[in-house]
Design a binder for this molecule. Structure first.
Ligand code: UDP
Ligand code: MG
Length: 139
């Protein structure tokens, strides 16, 4: 059975371009509730370990540099079928391929600076949420 929680970040471009409010409105409007949230900035070590799964990929160094370039918003979201429905709401990794009306189609700058992160599985949602939040910060 699909899980009820996913993890997201509004990435540095989304924050720097003033899209926090609009993105949270899309998230709430799609039926997700916020179970934890913080405005923060990743250290290089944080970003390296969060994206360790991509460490062999050619864009890893740039991704770490980009994700540490400014503040982000990290959040745990709840909804039935959360992981899959959130991936649908954000759209494809490359905003040029993202369906019209998706968060990335509306707000992303590029394939790297693509406005938001969304977990790709229930297992990773739990790992990524625990990476950013302790038990007493999650409601
Ligand atoms: N990324 C990139 N270049 C690429 C593919 C990905 O810079 O060719 C970045 C982008 O920020 C993306 C992140 O690496 O969101 C993680 O990549 P993944 O394939 O997991 O995409 P996502 O799950 O975020 O859609
Ligand atoms: Mg991914």
């Amino acid at each position: 059975m699909a899980g009820k929680r996913t993890f997201t970040m509004i990435k540095p471009d989304g924050v720097a371009n003033g899209h926090i409010g609009a993105i949270l409105e899309k998230i709430n409007g799609a039926g997700f509730t916020i179970k934890a949230m913080k405005y923060t900035r990743l250290s290089t070590e944080d970003a390296k370990s969060f994206y360790a799964i991509h460490k062999e990929r050619p864009f890893y160094g740039e991704l770490v540099e980009y994700m540490t370039s400014g503040p982000i918003v990290a959040a745990i979201l709840e909804k039935d079928n959360a992981v899959e429905d959130f991936r649908t709401l954000i759209g494809a990794t490359n905003p040029k391929e993202a369906a019209p009306g998706t968060i990335r189609a509306l707000y992303a700058e590029s394939i790297a600076a693509n406005a938001v992160h969304g977990s790709d599985s229930d297992e990773n949602a739990a790992i990524e949420g625990a990476f950013h939040f302790s038990g007493r910060e999650i409601f």
